[in-house]
Write a protein that binds this ligand. Structure first.
Ligand SMILES: [Zn+2]
Length: 384
């Protein structure tokens, strides 16, 4: 690990910011492996830094004192409607009075804005930025494409709260690329040809994401979060093992897609189509911005199964995983009558996969990583 002073300072400031914003967590994300070492060595100092900084001048005490941060309800009338917002206040630990801390007002303005929008179902600034990113379109062209005035989106990005009507349009195109295509076509005359074509192509490419089930997308997003590099071949095999382990442990499949016995093992054709265009790590693809935060929609059981599979099968490359699947009964049965070089697309039914993995569970106890590892070793012994 080659880390210099600058890296450490950069990391500390990131951690500090994350702690302050309450979004701090320790992740096993492979992308951040180096940071684990940094974390272990320096987190204690970060804690001290954050603590040490919780001091400021108290007007009541007329001196610098320590303060604590607390949540407080604030009732506010906006357009004749009463809202209760949770804001953050700093309390002097010596006299108990509220203290004015630099940055706190900005933070509360931001929090009130977010809570107001959430209460009214109005799109957030983050969502508008995300919209521009996934459809590869600038502020002005986006405004025009949606049928708004040219500077409307710019104003929203600066903090103006959209009307419910406009907010709903933004939300719809954010979750529906078909609708975005329609808007682009309607307002094509107002856009430059280049802007139109770029955004239209982006919308088409996002549409392909929606050809697989929501659950499948979330499982894939979670795998990408855990593993830095996943080849399409490896992804296919991991999905198959996840389906198998989940079926065995919980008596039902995790996603609805059907699996096919192709020459190179079990394949989910919709997922294959989805990733054939990716020329680099799909996790870096802007289309995946849509999935940001969506792994939250997986249940704890589902995450547990994915963790089990990623921590065991995920240690091997696609080729090795392919060999394992070739020695499993469901694939071997589905390929009966086909010689090695003949393509096939026989159904590997969810029931057949479940039956096989229930049997494997009885033999190996695959609710634990150790059981899965033993199974993998046995299968690899068979291969060699
Ligand atoms: Zn005080």
């Amino acid at each position: 690990m080659d880390i210099n002073q600058k890296d450490i300072e950069q990391y500390l400031s990131e951690v500090k910011q994350a702690v302050e914003e309450g979004r701090y967590r320790i992740d096993r994300n492979a992308r951040r492996q180096d940071n684990i070492g940094l974390f272990l060595n320096y987190v204690i100092e970060v804690d001290i830094m954050v603590e040490r900084e919780r001091r400021d001048f108290c007007i009541e005490c007329r001196k610098e004192t320590e303060y604590i941060l607390q949540k407080k309800d604030l009732v506010k009338n906006i357009r004749d409607k009463e809202y209760t917002f949770a804001i953050t206040v700093a309390l002097c630990t010596e006299c108990g009075e509220e203290m004015s801390i630099p940055g706190l007002i900005d933070k509360n303005i931001h929090e009130i804005d977010e809570q107001y929008r959430a209460a009214e179902g109005i799109v957030s600034i983050d969502d508008i930025e995300r919209l521009m990113k996934i459809y590869k379109i600038g502020k002005a062209p986006l405004s025009l494409a949606l049928g708004f005035g040219e500077v409307t989106i710019t104003r929203y990005l600066e903090g103006q709260v959209p009307s419910k009507e406009y907010s709903d349009i933004i939300k719809t195109v954010l979750s529906n690329p078909g609708c975005m295509k329609q808007k682009l076509t309607e307002n094509r005359g107002k856009l430059t040809d280049a802007a139109y074509r770029k955004a239209y192509a982006a919308a088409e490419s996002i549409e392909s994401l929606f050809s697989v089930s929501d659950k499948m997308l979330r499982v894939i997003a979670y795998i990408f979060e855990k593993l830095e590099e996943v080849t399409p071949l490896m992804l296919q095999k991991l999905l198959y093992f996840i389906q198998g382990v989940h079926s065995a442990l919980y008596g039902k499949p995790i996603f609805e897609e059907d699996c096919r016995a192709w020459m190179r093992g079990p394949v989910y054709p919709e997922v294959y189509e989805l990733f054939r265009d990716f020329k680099y790590n799909p996790a870096d693809d802007a289309r995946f911005a849509l999935l940001k935060g969506s792994e939250g929609a997986l249940t704890d059981d589902e995450k547990r199964v994915i963790d089990l599979v990623v921590n065991t099968f995920g240690m091997y490359g696609g080729k090795v995983l392919e060999k394992i699947t070739h020695n499993e009964d469901p694939w071997a049965e589905a390929r009966k009558g086909y010689s090695d070089s003949i393509p096939s697309s026989e159904l590997l039914s969810k029931e057949r996969i479940m039956k096989y993995y229930i049997m494997i569970n009885q033999k190996y106890g695959i609710d634990l990583e150790a059981g899965l590892q033993t199974y993998i070793h046995d299968m690899l012994d068979k291969v060699s």
